[in-house]
Design a protein around this ligand. Structure first.
Ligand code: ANZ
Ligand code: ZN
Length: 803
């Protein structure tokens, strides 16, 4: 008996696939429907870890099944190659980032080959390749010409030690998350994309997508649409007025003071009228050091009155004081609020602390104890002619009244901000514009793209908010394409989220030098049918790329405006100790080790077995589990010994076989690879008990395992005398009549007395039987609403509910 020599088998088939271009995909094949299955491309860290195996080998199973089911499947791969990690690693190893990146790509490509995935390597995409980023730049310029991209000063958080702009999320208690240095506020000129113009389209588009509800919900929250009104409050004795955004115009009569964000321009404009200027200035200085997140989360409210400034409530005509406080953000709404302490928590706390009046305008709460924030129930009081209405009615009525009197208007606000895309980093795609003192911003002419990233000896980040590229004088200095005068290149580079916003288009036509991708080819493949990725991606990449595609659609460059029809996020593989894998915990599983000792097929199948891929779970690596899979594959391998060409299988074998095919087929479609494998194990157990197994049955088993264990399946197939690859075979079909489960009459008792009978599958599970029994009308009568004390289950026979 030949033992299962995984090394030999896997090397052999990887070689054959490569030699035969087995996985090269044509853009269209007669009589075949195209299917585009996408996995998130990889950041080239230089080492393929277990998470990558989980991310790529399981979608490969799905892709292989779909291919066998008759689809022309595109399953490509590439590298998200620009970015800070490469730059940092290169700094650390004193190596050029380009060299470092390409060295890693070469290594990972080799590791990936051992996975046996059906990636079409001829379509590989690398974002730091000038042939790719030429089109990143070209697309950006189209956006710019259409007004989707703009340049201007914007406040940013700056870490003086890391010498870079930080995102809001990277600032913790005023300090840099990475190095703990106190963060400074800077104003820098930055490139931004107008993603906020797409807020409505991005929301509407979600409705037609077959995506998990939780991802859609996080996108909705991120976009943060709020419907309400803008209301204008005059300032006593001044030309200036304060406009606020509110979601609760119904509470207007209860607005007893106003608050401006410290950065609000009126604070400077009214300076001369304010009598406590010193105090105000000190407050402004303090507020500056806090981040938006901190300002929103802080428990203790702070603020300062702008003494001498009074606003007039347009509903009550009463004079109300104007304050500044950092719980009001400059970047949201109008940067000013009408404060309604009786019905808003933050205003309530603030009013309590500073002894400001609290006027109840909606009945139903007790404003001595807390703000009453319910916006559906209660009735308006202290609100003139609006008294007696409920809040939804009053929102409409008061907004109408404001509009009629020119005091305000309906308004919608979004939490999402425009996307800042400039980075002061070396290792990124150069932004293809030129700054000319005569002509202003001038796009680099398209026939001079790409603007190549120059080689630099010193690519360290700098203190002055400029990119290291700014030092490359020979590169920076250029002629203005407009007036031919002296001009300078933009020296910032793009956020890498730009690179990843369109990579899936390039897979459709990776070598095209005339356009980002040929329109016909895009038609063959796009939109992506199925996109599998990490659970950490719900907004950023998935939102940016949706925006990017919608913008391209509006430019007339694409024929559809959503990139991915189905999106699924996968779970996480934990260390054997049930903890997140990390070098520090010493619980990292190295896939290469297991590929060497047990084989890629075993690793693939084990990962498919570890938990349902349809859910975002966390599954600990189990040493025995993977040994069990290896044993299983050996048993499949050894089954060959029992195969006889011309025998008839026992009818029980035939039945189980068809049931297995059905379950495996259906489970794979639902991404429940784990239960598909369990079912195959049941079949193999049963086959082992037979004295002989027909060739037909064994072939069907080989076909079923082939997407999970492609090398082993090819070897078995060849041993059976086939000359073509097993993957050129159609997927196994089942006979529904044969697969039909045996049925039995099932008895439901209550306290030992028969109350109902039903026909169910013989192997009905306890949970299903219990559910059916409790839902039976005949049974419910006898339960009389009581909770069962106990439910006894006898498989295939009865359920007895004991009260
Ligand atoms: C009066 C009012 C009364 C409010 C009430 C709420 C309850 P969302 O849903 O998040 O959009 N607001 C407006 N601009 C703000 C800013 N720049 N900084 C901090 N808070 C701001 O919230 C809208 C509400 O948040 C607005 O409605 C405003 O307070 C506040 F019983 O106005 B409201
Ligand atoms: Zn010029």
């Amino acid at each position: 008996m030949k033992t299962y020599d995984h090394k030999k088998i896997e090397m052999k088939w990887q070689r054959i696939w490569k030699e035969n271009d087995a996985n090269v995909v044509a853009d269209s094949v007669e009589d075949k429907e195209n299917l585009y299955i996408l996995v998130e491309f990889v950041y080239p860290s230089g080492n393929l870890h277990l998470g990558h195996w989980y991310a790529f080998s399981i979608p490969d199973i799905y892709s292989r099944v779909k291919k066998m089911q008759g689809y022309n499947v595109l399953f490509p791969f590439g590298y998200d190659a620009f970015g800070l990690p490469a730059e940092n690693a290169a700094l650390k190893h004193e190596m050029n980032p380009r060299k470092w990146t390409y060295k890693n790509i070469d290594k990972m490509r080799e590791q990936l080959r051992t996975m046996g995935a059906m990636f079409d390597w001829s379509r590989e995409v690398i974002t730091c390749d000038p042939a790719y980023y030429k089109w990143t730049q070209w697309l950006f310029l189209q956006f710019y010409k259409k007004g989707f991209a703009y340049y201007g000063e914007t406040p940013v958080h700056w870490c003086p030690s890391c010498k870079t702009v930080l995102a809001n999320e990277q600032v913790v208690q005023g300090k840099c998350e990475r190095c703990g240095t106190e963060v400074a506020q800077k104003k820098l000129k930055q490139w931004r994309l107008k993603i906020t113009d797409y807020a409505e389209k991005l929301l509407d588009g979600l409705e037609k997508l077959d995506w998990p509800e939780d991802i859609k919900e996080s996108q909705r929250n991120w976009i943060g649409r709020s419907v309400g009104a803008e209301i204008t409050f005059n300032i006593k004795g001044q030309e200036a007025a304060i406009t606020v955004f509110t979601t609760r115009p119904d509470t207007l009569f209860g607005a007893t003071y106003m608050v401006l964000a410290p950065e609000h321009q009126l604070v400077q404009q009214l300076k001369d009228q304010i009598s406590n200027r010193e105090e105000v200035q000190q407050y402004l200085n303090r507020a500056q050091r806090k981040t938006e997140v901190e300002r929103q989360e802080q428990k203790e409210k702070t603020g300062v009155a702008l003494k001498e400034i009074m606003a007039i409530n347009p509903a009550t005509k009463k004079e109300i004081p104007v304050w500044i406080a950092d719980y009001v953000l400059a970047s949201y709404g109008t940067g000013a609020i009408m404060a309604v302490p009786a019905h808003d928590d933050r205003d309530w706390e603030f009013a309590r602390k500073f002894h400001l009046p609290i006027v109840e305008v909606i009945s139903g709460g007790d404003v001595e104890i807390a703000a009453y924030t319910d916006n559906k129930n209660g009735r308006l009081i202290n609100s003139g002619s609006f008294n007696g209405q409920n809040p939804p009615e009053a929102i409409g009525a008061i907004t109408d009244w404001l509009e009629e009197n020119n005091l305000g208007k309906k308004s919608t606000n979004y939490r999402m901000r425009d996307w800042i895309v400039s980075r002061q980093r070396y290792w990124g795609c150069p932004i293809p514009v030129i700054h000319c003192s005569q002509c202003g911003i001038v796009p680099v002419p398209e026939d001079r793209l790409p603007v190549e990233l120059p080689e630099l000896d010193d690519f360290k980040p700098r203190d002055d908010g400029k990119s290291p590229l700014a030092k490359a004088e020979a590169w920076v200095k250029t002629k203005c394409p407009g007036c031919a005068g002296e001009a300078e290149r933009e020296s910032d580079t793009f956020d890498t989220f730009i690179d990843s916003s369109w990579y899936f288009l390039r897979y459709c036509d990776p070598l095209n030098d005339n356009t980002f991708a040929d329109r016909e080819r895009l038609k063959h493949w796009m939109p992506v049918d199925f996109y599998s990725g990490g659970a950490e991606h719900t907004t950023m990449h998935l939102l940016y790329s949706r925006f990017w595609i919608k913008a391209m659609y509006d430019l007339g460059l694409l024929d559809w405006d959503e990139p991915y029809t189905i999106r699924k996020n996968r779970g996480l593989i934990l260390g054997p100790d049930g903890q997140k894998m990390s070098k520090r915990s010493g619980n990292v599983i190295d896939p290469d080790e297991y590929v060497a000792s047990l084989g890629a097929d075993t690793v693939r199948m084990y990962l498919a077995f570890i938990g349902p891929y349809s859910e975002v779970g966390a599954y600990p690596w189990d040493m025995q589990g993977i040994q069990g899979i290896r044993k299983f594959l050996e048993r499949v391998w050894n089954l060959r010994e029992k195969v006889k060409p011309d025998i008839d299988d026992d009818p029980r074998v035939i039945k189980l076989l068809h049931q297995t095919i059905q379950k495996v087929t259906e489970d794979i479609d639902r991404l429940k690879f784990n239960t598909a494998i369990s079912q195959m194990m049941i079949l193999v157990n049963f086959l082992e008990k037979q004295p002989e197994v027909s060739r037909d049955t064994f072939e069907k088993l080989a076909l079923m395992i082939s997407p999970f264990t492609p090398h082993l399946a090819e070897e078995i197939w060849e041993n059976l005398g086939h000359r073509e690859s097993i993957f050129s075979e159609p997927w196994v079909e089942f006979d529904a009549a044969l697969a039909k489960k045996d049925e039995v009459e099932f008895v439901v008792q209550v306290n030992g007395k028969v109350r109902d009978k039903m026909v169910v599958a013989a192997d009905i599970s306890e949970a299903d039987a219990r559910q059916l029994a409790l839902n039976s009308e005949k049974v419910k009568v006898h339960l009389a609403g009581k909770e069962p004390r106990k439910v006894i289950f006898i498989p295939g026979r009865l359920v007895n509910i004991v009260l």
